[in-house]
Design a binder for this molecule. Structure first.
Ligand code: C2E
Ligand code: MG
Ligand code: MG
Ligand code: MG
Length: 292
């Protein structure tokens, strides 16, 4: 029939692709607007010692989208990196994190906390990155010794010599570094020993089956031993239950981050945790009882 004629015309895109393309274009337009209009917020996930004492936080980016609500970073960071929008966004993250850090210095119980900030490879490789960080520190009055930049293994390994040079410059300002998602890349001990790191952060994927999978247990023990050999602190991410925590403690990992203690929360809630004593006590959950 005449109605179907359009279906026989040659298309460069099939309709599904067209829809996907339009969605991506809308997201990009929205993301540009978000950057200009300041629709981003930071949430803070506590980092604790084995007894639940809060020693710091990781700043995690969220997009308060006018129609879609809170959008998690996994849904827009890849596009932000592809379009270069990660530069203004990443700058905002750093500035906001440093502003909060400077404010916390005057809050009882919050003055000695560390704050970890994630940095994208594209952002880290910008020629002006070191200067940018320096300016943000100066403008906000944040104590650089409390700031920790989280770099992923893939970022570091992409160009080790350049990475080391940049890290060294930032380190002279007092800034520390954590290797995020550690264990998912391929860094060797010999590469690691040249990096001015303070911390290894064990990737969540290895924590997931701790206590039930002997293989994961062996990997985590190896990472903890590597950290010890190199004189680095080790923190576990994605700790969700007591079984995992018990394993980590017995293996010598003293710092944790995960839903067992707290999800990432708005700043006000994070400060409430500190005001309530700064120790998060965990309750055994159903999964733990099963495992016990
Ligand atoms: P990441 O840096 O490895 O952050 C940890 C992620 O694990 C966070 O997801 C956090 O909410 C989640 N998480 C924490 N504890 C648990 C747990 O017990 N169980 C589970 N299942 N998940 C847990 P989120 O906030 O969605 O962030 C995802 C990733 O987005 C981050 O991974 C980081 O790579 C990136 N990201 C977040 N904020 C920023 C930012 O400001 N700049 C850049 N460049 N990347 C960011
Ligand atoms: Mg991180
Ligand atoms: Mg991580
Ligand atoms: Mg991770």
């Amino acid at each position: 029939a005449a109605k179907d004629a359009g279906r026989n015309t040659v298309r460069f895109f099939d309709p599904a692709m067209q829809v996907a393309l339009e969605a991506a274009t809308t997201l990009e337009t929205d993301l540009r607007e978000a950057t200009a209009q300041g629709q981003f917020v930071l949430h803070y996930q506590p980092q604790v010692e084995e007894d639940g004492r809060i020693i710091g936080a990781e700043a995690l980016l969220r997009w308060a989208h006018p129609d879609r609500g809170m959008v998690p970073p996994g849904e827009f960071i890849p596009l932000a990196e592809k379009t270069g929008l990660i530069l203004p966004i990443g700058h905002w993250v750093l500035e906001e994190a440093c502003r909060r850090l400077a404010a916390w210095a005057h809050i009882p119980g919050a003055g000695s906390l560390g704050l970890a900030v994630n940095v994208s490879a594209y952002q880290f490789r910008q020629p002006g990155f070191v200067k940018d960080v320096q300016q943000v520190i100066a403008a906000t009055g944040a104590d650089p010794a409390r700031l920790k930049l989280e770099l992923t293994e893939s970022l570091v390994l992409e160009n080790v010599a350049d990475t080391i040079a940049r890290m060294a410059k930032l380190k002279t300002l007092g800034i520390g570094f954590s290797m995020d998602d550690f264990g998912t890349g391929y860094s060797s001990l010999s590469q690691l020993k040249h990096l001015p790191l303070e911390q290894l952060k064990i990737d969540r994927s290895f924590i997931k089956d701790l206590g039930t999978s002997p293989q994961e247990g062996a990997i985590v023990k190896t990472i903890i031993a590597m950290g010890r050999t190199l004189g680095l602190h080790v923190i576990a991410e994605g700790v969700e239950n007591q079984t995992q925590l018990n394993f980590l403690i017995s293996a010598g990992c003293r710092a944790c981050q995960g839903y067992l203690f707290s999800r990432p929360v708005p700043e006000a809630l994070f400060l409430d945790l500190l005001a309530a004593g700064g120790i998060i006590r965990v309750k055994a959950n159903a999964a733990d009882k099963q495992a016990a």
